[in-house]
Design a binder for this molecule. Structure first.
Ligand code: ZN
Length: 175
């Protein structure tokens, strides 16, 4: 599969940015609706009019949730969420292909050779709540040249050029 032309990458960046802005607008709108709904609820508590602030509160939740879903940063976090039962520190490893088009020169962790393409393994320790990564505690990258990568990970094929797909496995969980 050929690498994405830069105009597509540019369009992706723009659409990420637009989604980000739309996301934050929705979250802002939702928060404003939440506050006015809360104020209304306090004001009209116990009266028949309290239905309106309750509806406003429901809408605010819809706004905030869709704002988070449309935001690429939140979405990426949701994409790499762990099991819902996970709370606290979670260590995970994922790997992806480093392609020559990224214009990076790294040295192989195994044989110390300079490399422009190969495999990147990312070791990450995150603080999670209900499986969603909230805070990254530490992140390390290991680079492997093509020949070391096939030795280290026999099941891996470097012909797979889909850079967006990362395979993730949770290694251990530290409470
Ligand atoms: Zn190597």
């Amino acid at each position: 599969m050929p690498n994405k032309p830069s105009s597509v990458e540019f369009a992706d960046t723009i659409s990420d940015l637009m989604n980000g802005i739309a996301g934050w607008l929705l979250i802002g709108l939702g928060t404003a609706a939440f506050l006015s709904g809360l104020g209304g609820l306090i004001q009209y508590a116990g009266t028949a009019d309290m239905v309106i602030p309750i509806l406003v509160l429901l809408f605010s939740f819809v706004f905030i949730t869709s704002g988070m879903l449309v935001n690429p940063r939140f979405r990426r976090r949701l994409d790499r969420r762990h099991e819902v039962s996970r709370f606290g520190r979670v260590q995970s490893v994922d790997s992806r292909v480093l392609s020559e088009s990224e214009n990076r020169v790294e040295s192989c962790t195994s044989c110390d050779a300079k490399m422009r393409e190969g495999l990147v393994r990312r070791y990450r320790e995150e603080y999670t709540a209900a499986g969603i990564p909230i805070w990254t505690l530490s992140e390390n990258h290991n680079f492997y040249c093509s020949s070391c990568a096939t030795e280290e990970l026999p099941g891996l094929t470097l012909t797979d050029r889909d850079d967006d797909s990362t395979t993730e496995q949770v290694v251990t969980e530290v409470e």
